[in-house]
Design a protein. Structure first.
Length: 75
C-alpha cells in the first residue's frame, strides 16, 4: 500500500511539473511574439527617424536569438 501511494504521489508531482513546464513554454512563446512585434514597431520608427545608411546594417534578430536558444536547449 505504501509503495502504491508513493508512486501515485510521484506521478502527481510529475504531472504537475509537466503542466507547469508547458505553461512556461507557452508564456515564453507569447512573450517572444510580443517582443518581436515591439521590435518591428521600433525598427519602423527608426527607419523613419534615422538616415538610410545607418539603418542598412543588419541587426541580430529575435528569431535568430530564439532559434539559437532552442538549439542550445535540445543539445
Amino acid at each position: 500500500m505504501c509503495l502504491s501511494r508513493s508512486s501515485n504521489i510521484f506521478d502527481n508531482v510529475l504531472a504537475m511539473m509537466q503542466k507547469y513546464a508547458g505553461t512556461l513554454e507557452s508564456l515564453v512563446d507569447e512573450r517572444t511574439a510580443q517582443l518581436a512585434q515591439e521590435k518591428r514597431t521600433t525598427e519602423a520608427l527608426l527607419l523613419r527617424m534615422l538616415p538610410k545608411y545607418v539603418t542598412l546594417y543588419p541587426v541580430y534578430t529575435i528569431e535568430q536569438t530564439s532559434s539559437k536558444h532552442r538549439a542550445g536547449l535540445s543539445s
